[in-house]
Design a protein around this ligand. Structure first.
Ligand code: ATP
Ligand code: MG
Length: 173
């Protein structure tokens, strides 16, 4: 019996996006249809953008690509978040997916760029079989209340914080 779960990976420690990608990898092995939407597009050339295209049934899209998310221009960020969420919402409600990853959605929510109540309403109205994974620091309490599973990554050590080691290929991007 298939029961769609809402899963949240949050906290300041490393591993949230990686955990979500791992779940996509796992699902792909069961021929599940998987969509990954990334709300924050960094400057890096992320390995997963290449490798996931080799997996049948998996597609990944950085939302608002070609734009920079910059805190100085909140209006532009809000508009990007709105456009990104509209796409996510359509795919959640009508996308025919088995698993949707909303990478860094918590970040966008914690900056107040999207209305949490509208996001929660969409998640509640999703098809009953659909699994949704949400990642990002500072997950709002109401999102965690709504979730079936929530995990907090807690920093014990981080190579950048403790040793100033910059992002490494295959590890960070
Ligand atoms: P990953 O993408 O490696 O799974 P993440 O999704 O948990 O990490 P984010 O909060 O999205 O982490 O941050 C993106 C990048 O910042 C990560 O690649 C990571 O290595 C780095 N990072 C994560 N946690 C910390 C930290 N506590 N201090 C400094 N840098 C961090
Ligand atoms: Mg992340």
């Amino acid at each position: 019996m298939r029961r769609g779960l809402l899963i949240v990976f949050t906290g300041n420690g490393k591993g949230k996006t990686t955990a979500a990608l791992g779940m996509a990898l796992r699902g792909a092995g069961h021929a599940m249809k998987i969509r990954i939407l990334q709300f924050i597009k960094g400057a890096m050339k992320y390995g997963e953008l290449t490798s996931l295209t080799h997996l049948d049934g998996v597609s990944i899209e950085p939302l608002g690509s070609g734009f920079t998310w910059q805190k100085e221009s909140l209006d532009e960020d809000r508009e990007l978040a709105r456009l990104g969420w509209e796409k996510a919402r359509r795919e959640i409600l009508h996308g025919d997916y088995d698993l949707i990853v909303l990478d860094e959605l918590c970040y966008v929510l914690s900056y107040g760029l999207l209305r949490l109540d509208l996001v929660l309403e969409t998640l509640r109205n999703r098809p009953p079989h659909l699994h949704v994974v949400v990642t990002g620091r500072n997950a709002p309490d109401d999102l965690i209340r709504e979730a079936d599973c929530a995990t907090e990554m807690r920093v014990i050590k981080h190579h950048y914080v403790d040793q100033g080691i910059k992002a490494q290929q295959g590890i960070e991007f």
